[in-house]
Write a protein that binds this ligand. Structure first.
Ligand SMILES: [Zn+2]
Ligand SMILES: [Zn+2]
Length: 380
């Protein structure tokens, strides 16, 4: 048994002291895990837009000082009382939303929206006692979405950890703990394009390209990328995107452009931008009789979806998804296996790599729109 079990661990973490200010590498104290909690040594983490969004804290409740980070892979250091499914040495992916396996959602085959552990961006403490496990000189540093992976060690609820194949390379499969699974699952689990079909992807960021990767895996014959930024088109070719439409190049609505290109509409569409207009276009561009549109992007607070109800009577289907409909503990290990069998490619999502001390560079790359995913190695 490791000598750190039951003791406070002192380690490095990137702390966000204030909204929008560069993170500072600090020595933090990480308390031992309490009931149903696990202390994880984070090996590699990646930066996702959601970290940047809550770090900027424009319009949401600011929770600072805070340790961000939620796409990661690590190794279990010790477990708290009641934890039976994980033991020290297990390889895990932390996930921002959980699976308690007890609630109505977890017991339903159709849902992944756990009542107990569903994402909560306002909570900065652990469920067990309402306290943080991170501190500096006795002052609490708050958690983020139950994961806080920008720290060499983090304490995470057992329901937010997927146990994975220990042979899987952590610097690749860490991407499966958020954005890539979200896009991939939106296509494979929700849109379900038949082999040979035509799929439109709205938004060619990391999530949209993961949705395209799902369409490629499903055997779609045409994958049409829609984005306002033509610079994204070259990169998207690596993800199997066969055609591109920039709505700015056309005078008519993009749904009409797509309908003309596809003899009446695409078979499936996946919307990954969060723009309400893109959502409406993504729905209206699917073929009547069988078309299915899936919404993934997070809209603004006051947005309303407006379309003519005739679209529904004409048998177009509109769906939405959270985390690609994956149950974190049950399903993520299988997504890791898809990568191990080389069905799913992850390398092409990694455009940058830094060590923990350079974490602010990862923020710069993302803010400038230069990176799909920048991975951050904790041992540097
Ligand atoms: Zn549950
Ligand atoms: Zn994310």
């Amino acid at each position: 048994m490791s000598s750190t079990v039951g003791k406070v661990i002192r380690c490095k973490a990137a702390v966000a002291w204030e909204a929008g200010k560069p993170l500072v590498i600090e020595e933090v104290e990480v308390a031992p895990p309490q009931a149903m909690e696990v202390r994880v040594k984070i090996i590699v983490t990646a930066l996702c837009h959601t970290d940047v969004y809550f770090w900027e804290a424009k319009g949401q409740t600011p929770v600072f000082p805070r340790i961000f980070g939620h796409e990661a892979a690590g190794i279990v250091e010790s477990v708290g009382e009641g934890v039976t499914e994980l033991k020290p040495g297990d390889h895990v992916l932390p996930v921002f939303t959980g699976e308690c396996k007890e609630c109505r959602h977890c017991k339903s085959e159709e849902s992944n929206m756990c009542d107990l552990l569903r994402i909560n961006t306002d909570r900065g403490v652990m469920l067990h006692d309402g306290k943080s496990r991170f501190s500096i000189n006795g002052k609490p540093i708050y958690h983020f979405v139950g994961t806080s992976t920008f720290s060499e060690y983090s304490v995470i609820h057992v329901g937010c950890l997927a146990k994975i194949n220990p042979a899987a390379p952590m610097d690749k499969v860490c991407l499966l703990s958020c954005g890539i699974s979200t896009g991939l699952g939106a296509t494979l689990n929700v849109a379900k394009p038949p082999k040979g079909s035509t799929v439109a992807i709205f938004g060619l960021g990391a999530v949209g390209l993961a949705a395209a990767e799902g369409a490629r895996i499903a055997g779609a014959s045409r994958i049409i990328g829609v984005d306002l930024n033509p610079k994204r088109f070259d990169e998207a070719k690596k993800f199997g995107v066969t055609e591109f439409v920039n709505p700015k190049d056309h005078h008519k609505p993009v749904q009409e452009v797509l309908a003309e290109m596809t003899d009446g509409g695409v078979d499936r569409s996946v919307e990954c931008t969060g723009s309400i207009n893109a959502m409406i276009s993504a729905f209206e561009c699917v073929h009547d009789g069988w078309g299915v549109a899936v919404l993934v992007g997070v809209p603004n607070k006051d947005d309303a979806f407006k379309t003519h109800p005739m679209n529904f009577l004409n048998e177009k289907t509109l769906k939405g998804t959270f985390f690609g409909n994956y149950k974190p503990r049950t399903d993520l290990p299988n997504v890791v296996e898809m990568y191990m069998r080389k069905e799913l490619e992850l390398e092409k999502f990694i455009t940058h790599e830094v060590c923990l001390s350079e974490i602010n560079k990862a923020f710069d790359y993302m803010l400038k729109g230069e990176s799909l995913r920048c991975i951050i190695r904790m041992d540097g």
